[in-house]
Design a protein around this ligand. Structure first.
Ligand code: FE2
Length: 300
């Protein structure tokens, strides 16, 4: 029995090669709200009342820096720390100075066997200054992050059996869609089979199907590469579009998603690897879909 409960995917930290270009892109084209800057190296964005849901760091190696999940309470966080230590996984408390900069309560990071990704857990984050006011797109939340894993089966087993992620669906043996229990959304995290560890994509859920259609035209006018969609995922029943950020990392907007009850949810389905499962409208992804971005290896 895993002794803690998730609230939601809290934020994703990304490394970008040109912070100025990426700040403009995420603010003006994606529609995230710029909360604050920390010098010339860090920018905090949000798409909710949280202080941040995306943090960009200037770096020479674009990709994902860490993935943070919010737990339900301080007690859950306490139990999670003890549990991770019992598992013998590398774990590090974030120092008070950085915790202050993050506007979070107690925060720790850890890594799991067979994956280079840094996970972060916290239970409290301050609100941003003022209301969250959507601009070019009515983003309602950071939806999910999918990573590519060289050791996918082992990573999936750990997430599922030891970290309280529940499998909602399997797309063949290529991708597993996971929800962070008891969060009801079909998937808040995913693991995809890859030749090397890397970022697959980052999703923002929007409140209106028009946000998907408008994004197609907005991105094309701005010269942003649309790499898949608009289409409909048969898996989660969402309407989607994927496009590339300035470093070639894949971002997604999606509208609609199946939700799971905490008790009595259906079993995970084993879906066949057929194109119409990923897009029932008949589209196909471009070669750059899900390919850009490395994982910054955990250093503890
Ligand atoms: Fe997605």
């Amino acid at each position: 029995m895993v002794p803690f409960r998730y609230r939601k995917p809290g934020y994703v930290a990304l490394n970008v090669s040109n912070l100025e270009a990426s700040v403009a892109f995420y603010r003006d084209l994606v529609g995230l709200q710029l909360e604050s800057r920390q010098g010339s190296d860090v920018a905090f964005f949000r798409c909710s009342q949280d202080h941040h849901n995306v943090v960009l760091y200037q770096s020479s190696a674009p990709g994902i820096k860490r993935m943070a999940f919010e737990l339900e309470s301080d007690a859950d966080l306490e139990q999670a720390a003890l549990y991770i230590d019992q598992m013998g996984w590398p774990r590090q408390e974030v120092d008070p100075e950085e915790t202050r900069q993050l506007h979070q309560g107690r925060t720790f990071r850890f890594s799991i066997p067979d994956s280079t990704l840094t996970f972060e857990f916290y239970a409290h984050m301050q609100h941003g200054a003022g209301a969250y006011l959507p601009t070019v797109s009515k983003i309602e939340r950071l939806g999910h992050v999918v990573i590519r894993c060289e050791q996918r089966d082992a990573v999936l087993k750990t997430l599922n059996e030891q970290l309280n992620f529940r499998v909602s669906d399997h797309f063949g043996d290529l991708v597993a869609f996971l929800r962070c229990f008891p969060n009801p959304l079909h998937h808040t995290f995913g693991v995809s089979r890859g030749e090397a560890d890397g970022l697959h994509h980052i999703n923002f859920m929007v409140t209106d199907v028009d946000d998907v259609g408008c994004a197609m035209n907005r991105m094309r006018k701005a010269g942003v590469e649309v790499v898949y969609g608009p289409g409909r995922h048969a898996i989660s029943n969402s309407i989607f579009i994927y496009f590339l950020d300035p470093d070639g990392m894949t971002l997604e907007y999606s509208f609609g998603m199946e939700e799971f009850p905490e008790v009595g949810s259906r079993d995970a389905r084993q879906l066949p690897i057929r194109p119409e499962i990923l897009d029932s409208w008949g589209g196909a992804p471009a070669p750059k879909f899900g390919k850009g971005g490395v994982i910054e290896p955990a250093t503890f």
